[in-house]
Design a protein around this ligand. Structure first.
Ligand code: SF4
Length: 272
C-alpha cells in the first residue's frame, strides 16, 4: 500500500468494508467467494436479474429473510446475511433513528437486506462487464467529491464532465485513484450530483463505445450501475470503504477506497 496515504479503518453511517479488520481485503475475498458459489449454482445473468428485481421491495425482503421454508432466493439472502451483515452493522441503528419522512428515501432508507443484495449486485456486474469495459474506446471514471483530501485546498479543474484532479495532495485518494485510472487509459472525473443519464448521453464520442467505472456509497453506486446497464453502457464499479459524507453524517468526514482492489479490478490479467 502506498505509504503516503492513511489507510486506517473507518466506520460509516450504515456500512464499513473494514468491519473489525485493519483492511478491506477480507470483504473482497468474501464477496468473490460467494459470487463464485452462487454463479456455479444459478448462473450470472439469472442471478443479476433476480437480485435487481427482488431488491426493490424492502418489506418483502424482511419476509424473505425470516422465511422458514426458503426457496433459492431466500436461501441466498439468508446466506448473505450470515456472511456479510458484519459490514452493515451500523445500518439498523441508523434506520431506527431515521425520521419517518425519510424512511422511503431510496438512499438513506436502504435496508440491511438491500445492502447485502447490492454488494452482490456490484460484484456480479463487474464480472459481467469487465471484458467489455476494458475493450471500450472511451473509458471514464466518475469519483465522488467525498473521497478528496478535505485538508487540502483542492486545485481540481472543472470541465464539461466533472472536475479533473490537479494532484495537489499526496494524501488524497482521488489523486491516487486518478493515477491508477490513467494507467488503464481511463479519464477520471470528480462528479457532483447531476443527471447521470443526461451526462453520459452528452459525452458519447461518435465511433467510440463508452465505458464507465463508478465509485460511490453502495446505494448510489448500484443506482448508477443500473442506469448504465439500461442504456446500455458497459459498467464497473467499486464501493467506498464507508459512507461518511455530510448527507449521511451531517458533516463531511474523510473516507477511502481500497486502491489495491481497484488495480485488481482493472487489470486484464486478474480474473474476477
Ligand atoms: S489531489 Fe486532486 S482531488 Fe485531491 S485535493 Fe488535490 S486537486 Fe483536489
Amino acid at each position: 500500500m502506498n505509504p503516503s496515504i492513511s489507510y486506517r479503518p473507518l466506520q460509516g453511517k450504515t456500512f464499513s468494508l473494514f468491519a473489525d479488520d485493519q483492511h478491506t481485503k477480507k470483504y473482497y475475498l468474501t464477496i468473490s467467494r460467494l459470487a463464485d458459489q452462487y454463479i456455479a449454482l444459478h448462473g450470472l445473468d439469472p442471478l443479476l436479474e433476480v437480485i435487481g428485481k427482488r431488491s426493490v421491495s424492502k418489506r418483502r425482503l424482511r419476509y424473505d429473510l425470516d422465511s422458514k421454508r426458503p426457496g433459492d432466493f431466500q436461501k441466498i439472502l439468508q446466506h448473505l446475511h450470515q456472511e456479510l451483515s458484519v459490514y452493515t452493522r451500523n445500518a439498523p441503528d441508523h434506520l431506527k433513528r431515521l425520521p419517518r419522512f425519510q424512511q422511503w428515501n431510496r438512499r438513506l432508507g436502504t435496508s440491511v437486506q438491500q445492502y447485502l443484495l447490492f454488494m452482490m449486485e456490484i460484484e456480479l456486474t463487474n464480472r459481467k462487464y469487465k471484458t467489455q469495459f476494458l475493450e471500450t474506446g472511451h473509458r471514464i471514471a466518475l469519483l465522488p467529491y467525498c473521497l478528496r483530501d478535505h485538508e487540502a485546498d483542492c486545485m481540481a479543474e472543472n470541465n464539461a464532465i466533472g472536475e479533473v484532479c490537479r494532484h495537489c495532495s499526496k494524501k488524497c485518494f482521488i489523486q491516487h485513484a486518478s493515477i491508477i485510472f490513467r494507467k488503464y487509459n481511463i479519464n477520471a472525473y470528480v462528479r457532483m450530483r447531476s443527471d447521470l443519464k443526461k451526462s453520459l448521453r452528452s459525452i458519447r464520442i461518435e465511433g467510440k463505445t463508452l465505458g464507465v467505472f463508478g465509485i460511490g456509497c453502495i446505494p448510489e453506486l448500484v443506482r448508477g450501475m443500473r442506469t448504465c446497464r439500461k442504456m446500455p453502457v458497459p459498467v464497473m464499479g467499486m464501493p467506498l470503504n464507508a459512507n461518511r459524507c455530510h448527507s449521511w453524517m451531517g458533516k463531511m468526514h474523510e473516507t477511502s477506497i481500497d486502491l489495491e482492489n481497484l488495480e485488481e479490478l482493472l487489470s486484464a490479467d486478474h480474473r474476477l
